[in-house]
Write a protein that binds this ligand. Structure first.
Ligand code: KE4
Length: 443
């Protein structure tokens, strides 16, 4: 009689005793044992794995096991872990201090790199996270337009500022409802939530309330419901409607910025937003976010203008050094064609493996971001927004995730996240990943 496969939590306890013990200790001190829920393995069951070190495309856990890393810290590590140019830059900055709370020329150097890479950004303000970038961009849009309403899309995540922790309401007017305790109804009512890739919904909303809308926020390629690409019609509708009604178009490139092209998704897809938010790669693995765009809008930010935004560690020398080295490396040795070739290889391999196993999947990929959506039907359902993404077979994804973990492949611990790979990943790594996927799907 074959032994039943251990449940994920048993798997962790028996196969990763140090992680199991570390998790028990952490839970006594830190809510849920983690400093961000995305790491808690809630979407795949079992216990999170604790890590000891990382190098290039590899992670090593505290039980000594090594994995091929397809999370890359949720996006920042496009150059792989501990890239020599980034490590040297951080060490160099460390030699002259960590934070002054006063301006440095290094911040202007990073700002010049961002402005040169993203044509829609004429001026930029640095902060310490993508959340801060999005929160500040929303406040700026409201301050610039004098309007209250913002529009976001289901399945798009813009960090955890109150006005962005809002889900689609049941009401026809798509009034937002809080998606977290602690977010007040008063806050949520000013956020309207529509379905991604539904231009008519947006047009209808602007027709009825366009003069009260301050901004429309979108992920220009979504990573946070799994990967979803906007149609040209949807992109054009956002740009046209915001321009016609005097609202701002805010592109959240925290995940896609410098990832899909040096100029981000907006370069790849020809999007011209009024404001852009950045994070992850722009900090080279240290805490740094940024928001920028039209100078006539950005000059409303204090002290140039009256919209308040501040931060003790904004633009700190260490994070700026890491971000600068990363962007210079991406500028000097653009990896995007090579990443596209690796992505084509991975996608084709996953398609073959799923077909051979008779698995119904929808695979979406742009460059080095990809999601394999597991589905219950017999024919693949195109995933175009949250209504279709949320029909995924998350239980099947969880099985796949743990099967890949057992084969030393660390995928995102949720069906609703994109995987990322780096310039350190090789064709051999991709082929090993495909072989592991074929084994998992066949079993
Ligand atoms: P941070 O505050 O986590 O730096 O950025 C928030 C954010 C804003 N916009 C987009 C498009 C994002 O993807 C994010 C953060 N992404 C998640 C992963 N999907 C970060 C992981 C986490 O929260 O631990």
């Amino acid at each position: 009689m074959t032994e039943a496969a251990p449940a994920p939590h048993e798997r962790t306890a028996s196969r990763r005793p140090r992680s199991h013990a570390a998790f028990a200790r952490a839970k006594a001190l830190i809510p849920g044992g983690v400093n961000s829920p995305a790491r808690a393995f809630g979407g795949v069951g079992g216990e999170p794995i604790f890590f000891a070190s990382a190098q290039g495309q590899h992670l090593t856990d505290i039980d000594g096991a090594t994995y091929l890393d397809y999370i890359g810290s949720w996006g920042p590590m496009i150059l792989g872990h501990r890239h020599p140019r980034v490590v040297a830059a951080i060490e160099g900055a460390l030699a002259t201090g960590t934070t002054y709370g006063a301006p440095t020329e290094a911040e202007s150097r990073l700002a010049e790199l961002i402005v040169a890479a993203v044509p829609s950004i004429e001026k930029v303000r640095m902060v310490s996270s993508g959340t801060e970038a999005a929160m500040s961009a929303v406040r700026l849009a409201r301050g610039f337009t004098g309007r209250d309403l913002i529009v976001k899309f289901a399945g798009n995540y813009h960090g955890h500022a109150d006005s962005l922790l809002v889900s689609a309401g049941s009401s026809a007017a798509t009034l937002g409802v809080p998606n977290s305790p602690g977010v007040t109804a008063g806050t949520a009512k000013d956020t309207l939530v529509l379905e991604y890739n539904e231009p008519q919904q947006l047009a209808d909303l602007f027709r009825s309330r366009g003069d009260a809308i301050a901004a429309v926020l979108m992920e220009p390629v979504v990573g946070n419901m799994g990967l979803v690409v906007p149609t040209a019609e949807f992109r054009a509708a956002i740009r046209d409607l915001t321009r016609r009604h005097g609202a701002l178009f805010v592109c959240d490139e925290v995940m896609t910025g410098f990832r899909l092209a040096l100029g981000g998704a907006q370069e790849l897809l020809g999007i011209e937003p009024d404001l852009t938010t950045l994070g992850k790669i722009v900090g080279g693995g240290l805490p740094l976010g940024a928001y920028g765009g039209r100078a006539d809008v950005m000059d409303h930010i204090l002290p140039a203008g009256k919209v308040f935004q501040a931060g003790t560690l904004s633009g700190n020398p260490l994070a700026v050094a890491a971000g600068t080295a990363t962007l210079e490396e991406l500028r000097d040795h653009p990896p995007y064609a090579a990443l596209e070739r690796l992505g084509e290889r991975l996608e084709a391999g996953f398609r073959r493996a799923a077909a051979e196993a008779g698995e119904t999947v929808w695979i979406a990929r742009v460059g080095s971001m990809m999601t394999i959506f597991f589905q219950r039907g017999r024919t693949p359902l195109p995933v175009t927004g949250w209504q279709t993404a949320s029909q995924s077979d998350t239980g099947r994804y969880a099985e796949f995730f743990w099967g890949m973990i057992d084969r030393g492949i660390y995928l995102p611990c949720s069906q609703y996240e994109a995987l990322f790979f780096s310039t350190c990943h090789t064709e051999a790594d991709i082929d090993r990943t495909i072989a592991a996927a074929a084994e998992c799907l066949a079993s």
